[in-house]
Design a protein. Sequence first.
Lengths: 140, 516
Amino acid sequence: MNNRHLLRGLFLIAISLAFGIGALQYRIGHFDRAGPGLFPLMVSCLLLLIGIATIVRSRYLERLPMEFNYRNIAIILASLCGFALVSEHVKMIAGIVFMVFCASFAGGHFSVSRNIKIAVGLVAIALVFQKLLGFNLPLY
Amino acid sequence: MDILHNLAFGFEHALTWQNLLFCAIGCVVGTLVGLLPGLGPLATISILLPLTYSIPTGGALIMLAGIYYGAQYGDSVSAITMKIPHASSIVACIDGYKMTLKGQTGLALFTAGVSSFIGGTVAIIVLSFFAPMLGEVAFLFGPADYCALMLVGFVCVSFVTTGNLLDGLSMCLIGVLLGQVGTDVNSGQERYTLGFPFLAEGIGLVSIALGCFGIAEITKNLDNKDERTPFNGKIHLLPTWPEFKRIIPSALRGSVVGSFLGILPGGGPTIAQFAAYAIDKKVSKYKDEIGTGVIEGVAGQAAADEAAARTSFIPLMSIGIPENAVMALMMAAFIIKGIQPGPNMIAGHPDLFWGLVASMWVGNVFLVVLNVPLVRYWLSVFKIPYAVLFPSILFFCCIGTFSVNNNLDDIFITALFGLIGYIFLRLDLDPAPLLLGFILGPMLEENFRRALLISRGSFEIFVTRPISATLLAIIAAFVAWQVAAFVAQSRRAKAARAGLPGADAVGAADAGAPQV
């Protein structure tokens, strides 16, 4: 995990293969009558070339370490998915409260009273959206 | 006189009290959100896009445009007062921040505001002349020409936003591939939907924009953990008459440069700022002082910024091809409201087109009379701690994603793109070209297939048509130049390494300049 340029190339190749192999499942057709698979296949091939070029180039460039902080991104994604799940199964107000509390774990210091204030504020904004701007929010 | 008539018609639409209100709201909210750390125009527009869903079409477009200028101005304010380097106002950090260090914050902000006004006014004149003209030209374009034009856009945007053709182009292509998800319009075949019914209509643009620009940015800021000290200095806005006179020539130069660069594919505010700043450094009366914090260093780039922000609407509205990522987002917003930008927009919706043009000027006036005097109050946004701010931004991301289709499943897609956007950030890949690729991808495929259908499968059509041949030649020349630059550079680095065994690290560090 210590060469960002190399990882970038590998990442691009992985994406191009995923889409390219997917494209082979569809009819390719001919150039004058292109099937649904032709265009994605061509674009994937181009991306594959760029990925290979990136790897080749990485040999000529200084190695840069890649840093990846799993904690914050995991908390943020969990609070988003939690918002969707709670809103779907309970109601959106509960979803907002869950999201505020869950997300604030990423912020460093956790404070219940501050979280309650933020949640109340956001619920109020959501109510304004629903009542005044005509958003169709399943709040309660 | 046609133009005056058209503009008068536009002002008739822009000056109704509802539209004035929408314009004012857009400018103010755009400025406020644009001020927030880490949120440039792209993130601001995508977060505020849902606000426009329930507004009538004309008002919504006016409000969006207002949000865009507001975000642009808010960005330059945070650059001048706190040197927060946003992608879209790097140049304002140079002289603007130096002026703040000298205690001339108010003067710098006033200069930026007035220059923006001058730049915007010049750009609107250019816009009302050129947009209808270019619209006529657009009728000459065939499918092959459209393909070539989009490819030129990809190459230019890749180079301008990332400074590196390979990285930018790879992001464009990933965007094109993401645009393939959904039902193929020609054959009805579902592609890459993995069996999920909600993917049959394709990935939502709002999910991608909010994921890559909103959520990934928030996480990056949380990772960095740097608390910014809010700006507490005094702001004295009004300049003296000699100071005011120094603004004008620089701002006019910047407006012309910005208006021109805004029209070109891949152009837009960022490159216009750099160009205007460079020109001021060459020809300005005070060229020796630029860089130390003088009016000219702020005025030229602010005018170019604003002018380019407006003229970059020209290719979108007259040809129907957005030239940079912000315009791609605008195009998506137009389409959400049921308007297809393109050669037919001016004829088909003259009220919307001229109303939007007129409202651009109205937005300019709002920026000068509302945002510049009140800027000290806007700056109090920075006193809100990030711990309060980021749950609120998350909330807006959720509401924004949900209200596109009133579908909670879309939030999972936004979360997924948050993760992808975060990986992009960590790999040092700029997601802005991805957005352009995503919007243009389906259009590119359609025109490509149509061109080949016309030519019965022969690629000759791309080189025999004069327009597409010229555009493709430009791309070829550009790529050749990039490859040559990279080869020359690595050779020089190698020579340096051979000559000086210890110079290894130096040569590698030098390789930062032009790369393929």
